[in-house]
Every structure is written in structure tokens, then in C-alpha cells.
Design a protein around this ligand. Structure first.
Ligand SMILES: *Cc1c(COP(=O)(O)O)cnc(C)c1O
Length: 227
């Protein structure tokens, strides 16, 4: 497949500059990580973006993550799993040793995950997904239950290394509603910082400057890079 490296470079530059502008408005010490979401593209484009300097990539399906991480085995890419995880895919996911699972969506998944982690004598870094806008189409824990669920997972499932929270912004044209979903998630994150939370993953191509303004320190960018 033909790769237009200049186009990819200019898209990456634009996203990086937007992130830079947004984070400086928060404060000069606010660092934001970017995960390139590669679900819309192919391995050649992932490799091309890697050569341009991008190191972290995310996929929303275990099968896709498997195929791509194997194909790009030679590159030290940091792979993230960002999509809903079905229980029957846990073993396949653990085989891939992802850097971070963004989508731990409740006690039931945590319990199933922990059982597999114990039998393998290993651990996994995870974020608790919060369904901040209360949308039926999205997974995640309700914001008012999130602090309790987070603490319960920490206590009961020590092989799950909780690093913070993740949300998908409200699916709405209404800026105020999207903002509210980020603020709600960030408020949960702030409470959990006492428990060691240090990652607040929110913001996608359509809303990452707003997410950063609301305190995000990890954005997941797909279409702005690859479409
Ligand atoms: C696809 C996806 C993204 C990236 O979406 P874009 O709008 O294309 O940037 C981020 N997070 C999750 C969970 C996704 O599934």
C-alpha cells in the first residue's frame, strides 16, 4: 500500500501542536500522553507513524491487537487495549502483554481477569472505565459508584494494577454536555489520586482539546491521524 508520509507527518504535527496548546493552557507542567488509535488503518501506516516518532498505539479489539502487534513485533511499540473486553478474550489479551488496558468496566470483569492473572502469576496495568454520560451504548461504571468500585478492585484483586480512569466523552454535539462528562470523570480521578491514580485517559479526535482543558493526561487519537 502507498503511504503518503508527508500527509501523515502533517497530521501528526497538527495533533501534537493542538495537544501542546491545550496543555499549556492548563499549565506548563501538565504532560499529556498520546495513544495513536490504529483501528482505522493498517500495519504499514502504523510503522510509518512509528518512524515519525509515535510510540504508543491502541486497538479496540483483541484479535486486531494480536495481528498487528505480531506483524510489528520488531518495533518496540507500546500497545494499549482500549475497547470493551469480552471475558472469553482475556487469555488472548494476556498473551499479548499489553502496556495498559483502558477498559476495565466493572467488578465482574475484574474478577475474571484476576483469576487468569493469578493462574499465570502475572499482573496487568488497567484503567477503570467510567460511563460518565450514562449512555446505554457504552460500558463502564457509573460515576457515583466509581470511587467505591476502584477501591474494591484494589483491595480484592491485587494483580490488577489500577493506574487511573478512562472515559469516552458524551456522544453529543452539545459542547456543554461533553464538557460535563469530562469534568465528572476528572472529579472521580481527583478523588482517586490519593489511591495512586495518575492516568486520566479521555479525549478522542473530536474532543481532545476540551478533554485536556478538563484535566486529561492521556488522549486516544484515531481519525485525526489516520483518516
Ligand atoms: C476508536 C476509539 C478512539 C479514537 O477515536 P477517534 O475519534 O477516531 O479519534 C478512542 N477511544 C476508543 C475507546 C475508541 O474505540
Amino acid at each position: 500500500m502507498h503511504i503518503d508520509t508527508e500527509k501523515l507527518r502533517s497530521r501528526l504535527d497538527r495533533v501534537i501542536w493542538n495537544i501542546e496548546a491545550a496543555r499549556l493552557k492548563v499549565n506548563a507542567h501538565h504532560i499529556v500522553h498520546m495513544v495513536g488509535v490504529s483501528k482505522y488503518t493498517d500495519v504499514d501506516h502504523i510503522a510509518a507513524l512509528y518512524r515519525l516518532g509515535q510510540r504508543a498505539f491502541g486497538e479496540n479489539q483483541v484479535q486486531q491487537l494480536k495481528v498487528r502487534s505480531h506483524a510489528l513485533d520488531a518495533l518496540p511499540i507500546e500497545w494499549h487495549m482500549i475497547g470493551t473486553l469480552q471475558k472469553n478474550k482475556i487469555t488472548a489479551l494476556l498473551d499479548l502483554r499489553p502496556a495498559l488496558l483502558h477498559s476495565l468496566d466493572g467488578i465482574a470483569l475484574a474478577e475474571a481477569l484476576h483469576t487468569r492473572l493469578e493462574s499465570r502469576d502475572t499482573a496487568l496495568a488497567c484503567l477503570l472505565q467510567i460511563n460518565a454520560a450514562g449512555e446505554a451504548s457504552k460500558s463502564g461504571v457509573a460515576p457515583d459508584a466509581a470511587v467505591d468500585v476502584y477501591q474494591e478492585i484494589r483491595e480484592r484483586f491485587p494483580r490488577i494494577e489500577l493506574k487511573g480512569v478512562m472515559t469516552i466523552g458524551a456522544h453529543s454535539e452539545d459542547h456543554a454536555l461533553v464538557r460535563k462528562s469530562f469534568e465528572t470523570t476528572h472529579a472521580v480521578y481527583t478523588q482517586l489520586q490519593h489511591d495512586g491514580a495518575h492516568i486520566c485517559s479521555m479525549g478522542m479526535s473530536g474532543d481532545y482539546p476540551l478533554a485536556i482543558a478538563c484535566g486529561s493526561n492521556m488522549v486516544r487519537i484515531g481519525s485525526a491521524l489516520f483518516r
